[in-house]
Each structure stands twice: as structure tokens, then as C-alpha cells.
Design a protein around this ligand. Structure first.
Ligand SMILES: [Zn+2]
Ligand SMILES: [Zn+2]
Length: 414
């Protein structure tokens, strides 16, 4: 590899502390990421981007167009295009980076964004997607203190950007930043071969986890990981997971197990039952077969009900039932986002049982690293079907019908 050189540290005021060393063999060939040698678009070339400092810098050539799935207008249909423009390195702003995607997960949120059925409208035209894994192929000129460098394998998650300076950010709640930007919602997401993101917010992907397995940890994984973390549940406590056989739920079972909790999986159908039990759920309840769900859940815990519930099902009924079956002092983690759902609960019993209702929204950059670290150590495994971008429409249909078991991950290298 002729391009391997020693690290070059630039100390001018623009690139203070920015380590712009040429990609080493290791960074050019991330352990599970795409191989530049097998992809002509990734062949190293002389950099234009950083030529101000080093005319012989190694970087990547970027195509002018790419394949992308686009919703052109509010309520419009999804179209797969082959000629969508790629933002060129010289057009990146300071702090922005261009990531060539290896793969991306498909989340229920993407379906809501495409249908625009949430109270807050998505941008249009919209490229959805917020569970992308790929490599950094360009960084905007004059970017300072970048925590990532060219060739790094990184993740794109729902929270694309936060200001890091508002009260929420200062208090470690960056996911509710007043200036937050969201991948595949307020900024274009990962249903394209290249995506623009921010060096401060892309998530380094640890070694030891394949890109398709890491993809869904970036939203589904971090969402349930944080919810369980903040539920206050202790080792040996009971947790119910309504929606346990779905994208979030099947990861929640494993994170709960890793934290020493006892899992009651709630969902429907033999395929989801088998997956939940295989992943370590101690009890399984099919909500369609159950004649008295509240009683069945309480009975599964020996009577008093679970200590917590992380609700990943998108049916508002799942929230109403929880107040009835939770034990006194329990916590309900509100996670899934039904389109028009209202949280309806009996105030008397919420008060007298001392139930805590806690809305938990994705996670911080730190939560994402923790969730990925647990997965990379083999404690949590995403069950996914790998499909092509062209399969996005049918995936949305499956999500709408509730027939997607685990996760669908799209291969973006084609
Ligand atoms: Zn998501
Ligand atoms: Zn902020």
C-alpha cells in the first residue's frame, strides 16, 4: 500500500489538533467495513479537500451521483433514484463529514416520516433512514478538533446534530436539544449511498461487530438500552416488553438479560414467540391469545406484576394496560411513537400505586457508545434480514402490518 505514511499533525489555527494523518491500512480497511480495493469508488487519490496543507494527502474520490430512496412531497410515494447528487467534499461546511454507507437499518420512524403522519412534519424532499454504518470519506475544510478521521467506520443515528450548548445539552440531554437535527427527518438520512453528517455526532463503531449488526443498535438498540438504564430496574426485577418480537423489542430482551432482569415478552405469533424465547425471555404472552392480559402478566410474576415495562409496541392500548398490571412503585418507560396516540391512564391508580411514567427518547452520544460496546462484546445481537434498497417499499408495508420479525437492514454498497 503505497499511501501509508507517518502521521502528519497540522498546527495552523484552522486545523488545530486535527489529526489529518493519511489513512493507514487499518483505517482504509476497517475490519468489517467496505473494502476500498473491491470498490472502485474508494480508490485512494490525491486530495483536493486538504490540498491547502498537503498536496500529497490520501483521500477518496467521490462520485457526482448516487442511488437514493426519496419521498418528493408530503404524503408522496417513495421513489428509488440512481442520479441523486452527492455533496462534494469542497461543498462540505466546517464540522460536516461525508460518509459512504455500507448499510442502513429500517426503523418504524422512517415509515412515519415517509407518511408524514406525526404531529411534526418531516422535510421534503426527504431521504429517510437513521441507522447507517459506513466510512468517513471526506471532512469539511477548516473543521477543528474532529474526533473522527478519514477511513473511520462510523454510525449515523437519529440525532444528527445537537448544539452542545443549550440547557438540555449542558445537562446531558442532548437528544432534546432545541437546535437538534434528525437524520432522515429534518436532514437527509441514510437511504442513500452517501450521507452528510457531523464529525461531532457520528458514532465510532467498535471492532468486533459487523456493520449490519451495528446498524440497528444506532436507533433501536440505543433507544431500548437507554430506556432500561433509566427505568431504575435492578438485577432480578421483572420487566415486560410489549412488542418484544419487533426491531426494538428483540434488542430490549437482550439488553434486559445483560442487565440481569427477568423478561416477560409480549407479542403475537409463533415466529415472534420462538425468537423471544430463543433470545432469553423467561415468559411469553401472546396478546391475541390471552383472554385477560393484565391477569396473565401479573400471574407470570407470581402476582404483584412487573417492576418496569419498556413499551416498544406502537399500539396505544399497550400503554393503558401497563398502569393496570404494573406493581406499586413501578416505572413505565414510554418509548414507541404511535402516530396519533394519546397516553390514557387511570390517574387514581397512577397516583396511589406511585407509578412513574418516563418518556425516553433515543439516547445521547454516550448512550450510543455504551449500547454498541455491549453489542460488540456479544451480549446483544441484532436479528436482521439483509435486503437491497429497492426492498424499502415492501419493508414499509411489512412494518405497517407488524409482520417484520427483528430488523430489516439494507445493503447500500450496490
Ligand atoms: Zn429509529
Ligand atoms: Zn443543545
Amino acid at each position: 500500500m503505497a499511501h501509508v505514511r507517518t502521521s502528519l499533525r497540522v498546527s495552523c489555527s484552522f486545523h488545530r489538533c486535527l489529526d489529518i494523518r493519511p489513512p493507514s491500512i487499518k483505517t482504509l480497511l476497517p475490519s468489517r467495513g467496505p473494502s476500498p480495493s473491491s470498490n472502485p469508488k474508494l480508490l485512494p487519490t490525491t486530495s483536493l479537500l486538504l490540498s491547502r496543507h498537503s498536496s500529497n494527502m490520501t483521500t477518496y474520490s467521490i462520485p457526482k451521483t448516487q442511488k437514493a430512496a426519496i419521498v418528493e412531497s408530503v404524503g408522496g410515494t417513495l421513489t428509488i433514484k440512481d442520479n441523486h447528487p452527492v455533496k462534494q467534499p469542497e461543498d462540505l461546511k466546517p464540522g460536516e463529514c461525508l460518509v459512504q454507507l455500507d448499510c442502513t437499518g429500517v426503523c418504524h420512524t422512517d415509515l412515519h416520516a415517509a407518511k408524514n403522519d406525526w404531529p411534526i412534519p418531516a422535510k421534503t424532499p426527504l431521504i429517510g433512514g437513521h441507522e447507517g454504518v459506513g466510512i468517513v470519506v471526506a471532512i469539511g475544510a477548516h473543521t477543528q478538533d474532529s474526533p473522527v478521521k478519514l477511513g473511520d467506520r462510523v454510525g449515523i443515528k437519529w440525532l444528527a446534530y445537537s448544539c452542545l450548548d443549550c440547557e438540555a445539552c449542558r445537562k446531558g440531554k442532548e437528544q432534546v436539544c432545541e437546535k437538534g437535527q434528525y437524520s432522515g427527518f429534518t436532514v437527509d438520512g441514510t437511504f442513500s449511498q452517501y450521507v452528510v453528517s457531523y464529525v461531532s455526532h457520528v458514532t465510532p463503531i467498535p471492532d468486533g461487530i459487523a456493520s449490519p449488526e451495528a446498524a440497528s443498535i444506532l436507533c433501536a438498540g440505543v433507544t431500548v438500552y437507554r430506556a432500561i438504564k433509566y427505568s431504575g430496574a435492578n438485577i432480578g426485577d421483572w420487566i415486560t416488553i410489549p412488542g418484544a418480537g419487533g426491531g426494538l423489542g428483540h434488542l430490549a430482551i437482550q439488553y434486559a438479560n445483560a442487565m440481569g432482569l427477568r423478561v416477560i415478552a409480549i407479542d403475537t405469533g409463533a415466529e415472534k414467540r420462538d425468537l423471544c424465547l430463543k433470545l432469553g425471555a423467561e415468559k411469553w404472552i401472546d396478546f391475541r391469545e390471552s383472554k385477560d392480559l393484565v391477569k396473565d402478566i401479573r400471574d407470570a410474576t407470581g402476582g404483584p406484576g412487573p417492576h418496569t415495562t419498556v413499551i416498544t409496541a406502537t399500539s396505544p392500548a399497550a400503554y393503558e394496560q401497563a398502569i393496570d398490571y404494573l406493581r406499586p412503585g413501578a416505572t413505565m418507560m414510554v418509548v414507541s411513537l404511535p402516530a396519533q396516540g394519546k397516553l390514557s391512564c387511570d390517574i387514581f391508580f397512577t397516583v396511589t400505586k406511585g407509578i412513574t411514567i418516563h418518556g425516553s427518547y433515543v439516547g445521547t452520544r454516550q448512550d450510543a457508545r455504551e449500547a454498541l460496546d455491549i453489542a460488540a462484546r456479544g451480549k446483544v445481537k441484532c436479528y436482521y434480514q439483509l435486503k437491497q434498497l429497492d426492498a424499502l417499499k415492501e419493508t414499509y408495508e411489512g412494518l405497517e402490518k407488524g409482520t417484520v420479525v427483528g430488523r430489516v437492514v439494507l445493503d447500500m454498497k450496490q
